[in-house]
Each structure stands twice: as C-alpha cells, then as structure tokens.
Write a protein that binds this ligand. Structure first.
Ligand SMILES: [Zn+2]
Length: 80
C-alpha cells in the first residue's frame, strides 16, 4: 500500500499469471480506453474465484503468460 496518497495517484497493481503456481502482484501500465464501449473502473475490491484455481494448478490455460487474474471485482466508473 501507499498510505497518504489518494487512490488516483497510486501505482496500478494487478495479479499477474506467469505460469503454473506462479502468480505475482505487479505494477502494470495504466488502463486506457480503446473501444467506444470501454469504461475505466477504479477497482475498490477484487477477488480470485474458484475458476482461477484451474490455471493456477496448470489444469486449464485461460490466461497465457502475463495474463491478469481477478475477473470478479467492484469499483467506480471513472471514464467511459
Ligand atoms: Zn469467477
């Protein structure tokens, strides 16, 4: 955490899948709007669900190298 800095000034971190049983919290580039239907969401809470355990265990490859985990989250839409 970076206490004392407002959320919009903190580095963006993600749960990144590197391979079987290799998951890391890393700083990543800021997200950007690419399509007219995109929205930027400042995530306030996230979780790893049971379906994330399959790639973690090497039983199903759905993320690929450097894939972002944590598809279940909630937050505030800050741009669209
Ligand atoms: Zn899920």
């Amino acid at each position: 955490m970076e206490p004392g800095r407002p959320p919009e000034e903190r580095a963006l971190r993600a749960t990144v899948f590197h391979g079987t049983r290799d998951v890391r919290i890393e700083e990543v580039p800021d997200a950007t709007l690419r399509e007219p239907t995109d929205a930027l969401v400042r995530v306030t809470h996230a979780c790893i669900c049971g379906s994330d355990l399959w790639p973690y265990r090497g039983e199903l490859l759905i993320y690929g190298e450097n894939g972002r985990m944590g598809h279940e989250f909630m937050g505030v839409v800050c741009a669209r």
